[in-house]
Ligand binder design. Structure first.
Ligand code: H79
Length: 464
């Protein structure tokens, strides 16, 4: 009996100890959550490092607007495809019905990411939510999303996050502040959802109980996110203090993330300026334009359509040529910026064939020449008349768009500065003869251009 009682006490003591330890562990882990061990915060340069190195990314505009694809009630609606709800004056309840038709059975995240990677793009920015308010992921704060409102019921962002991780491509989200579907945002402004003179008295509720929780979901459930790319910040209800608050909120959750300047009011009109000491945001976002001389002192990224629309329009065939796209990439890199090239997939979940062809051709150029793009800095010799120039330390990459007919390429550098020159396409790096003058040097090049779009000559200098 005594023995039994003794054992009884031991059991109680052990149980109590275990419970105590459990409590202790719990409070410790709680402590860990509320008081994170002081981690050394990354500097802005460290946060920007991968992005500055990347230089080339894929923008993807995909949502319900791919279903009407530019046509409403049998009539073509002018303007960019993803704006059809506003431009076609489609009532919320009617637009919502496109969700029932959104069934992109051809969607294959792995294929999309492989195409981006093949083209040499290091990151993907996809519309988690565009102005129409429809969500491409399983959001817990709305039923207006891919899981609850469509027959497809597959979390597109989840599948992309898996594919991006597999292929080493950074996943980033575009998220619209403006929301034409939410009653506390712009929905009541129908038929002009983009009315910038009106205010919604419940907008703060939208921000606190909808927008911020959505951002938290996007940061919690899809692996490490490279960039949050905001848009639709021009509405009256969005202010710079709100932008700064959102910026701080996001950095509080993910200290190393990057956030574009449209989180606040740092973009005046369609300019790309972002000075983070004045405005919230890490980089400027010139849209559909390349700043003539870059934006000195500011990180920036030009976003651009591959035809004339962001979201798919079935009849927009105004494709930019591969030549224009590759030269844009070189032009942008030569000014120290990034190129975010947009694709608008079909409602079946496919990239239109003309897009695939261009990505393949860009990829072929990048396979030979990407060294002249990744991690390079702006041209130290301005815009030479034959093309563009990018730099990496002592090395200049001469992007020759117009191959010299006389076999002589003039470079505005003093002659003594050249240590060596060769064609990037030449695996043997056979030296090209260089002769020098006072204020220019001349490289003798073969008669035929190695690449009709952009032939790169590597010029190693000894002066920098
Ligand atoms: O997502 C793509 C487009 O749907 C979106 N941004 C890219 C990345 C885009 N939104 N608007 N535009 C493109 C052009 C429209 C600009 C205007 Fe305005 C909005 C004209 C009037 C309201 C902003 C505010 C510029 C002037 C006032």
């Amino acid at each position: 009996m005594r023995q039994k009682q003794g054992r009884h006490w031991i059991v109680i003591a052990v149980t109590a100890l275990a419970a105590l330890l459990g409590l202790l562990a719990m409070s410790c882990s709680q402590n860990r959550q509320t008081n994170p061990a002081p981690k050394k915060e990354l500097t802005k340069d460290q946060r920007m490092d991968w992005w500055r190195d990347a230089r080339f990314g894929m923008f993807i505009h995909w949502g319900l607007y791919a279903v009407p694809a530019g046509t409403y009630n049998g009539k073509r609606v002018d303007g960019i495809g993803e704006w059809i709800m506003n431009n076609g004056k489609i009532p919320v309840k009617e637009y919502e019905k496109y969700a029932e038709q959104f069934d992109p059975v051809g969607f294959n995240a792995d294929q999309w990411v492989r195409m981006a990677k093949y083209a040499g793009m290091k990151y993907i920015v996809i519309t988690s939510k565009h102005h129409d308010g429809f969500c491409l992921w399983d959001s817990k704060v709305t039923k207006y999303d891919i899981m609850d409102a469509t027959p497809f019921k597959r979390d597109i962002l989840k599948e992309l996050s898996v594919a991006c991780k597999k292929h080493g491509v950074k996943l980033c989200f575009y998220h619209s502040i403006m929301d034409w579907h939410h009653p506390d945002a712009q929905a009541p402004f129908y038929p002009n959802y983009n009315d910038t003179s009106q205010s919604n008295p419940n907008f703060d509720r939208y921000v606190e109980t909808y927008l911020k929780p959505q951002i938290a979901e996007l940061l919690a459930n899809y692996g490490p996110i490279g960039v949050l790319w905001f848009d639709g910040e021009w509405i009256k209800d969005w202010t710079e203090p709100k932008g700064k608050d959102m910026y701080a909120y996001i950095r509080g959750l993910r200290p190393s993330i990057l956030i574009n300047n449209r989180v606040g009011k740092g973009r005046k009109g369609m300019e790309g300026l972002s000075k983070s000491d004045e405005y919230a945001g890490d980089f400027g976002t010139p849209e559909q334009q390349i700043p003539p001389t870059g934006l000195p002192g500011v990180d920036w990224e030009t976003c651009m359509t591959i035809n004339d629309t962001w979201g798919y329009k079935s009849y927009d065939e105004n494709w930019k040529s591969t030549e224009e796209l590759v030269r844009n990439l070189a032009d942008i890199a030569s000014k120290g910026g990034n190129f975010l090239l947009n694709v608008g997939p079909t409602p079946e979940g496919l990239f239109p064939r003309p897009i695939e062809r261009r990505l393949e051709e860009i990829g072929k150029w990048m396979a030979v020449n990407s060294e002249s793009i990744y991690g390079t800095t702006a041209s130290p010799i301005g815009k030479p008349e034959w093309g563009r120039c990018t730099a990496r330390g002592n090395t200049l990459y001469l992007h020759v768009f117009q191959w010299p007919a006389d076999g002589k390429l003039d470079v505005p550098l003093a002659g003594g500065q050249a240590a060596k020159a060769y064609l990037l396409a030449d695996k043997k790096h056979a030296a090209l003869p260089v002769s020098g003058g006072q204020d220019k040097l001349t490289i003798s090049v073969p008669n035929a251009a190695p690449d009709s779009i952009d032939s790169v000559i590597v010029l190693v200098t000894n002066n920098r």
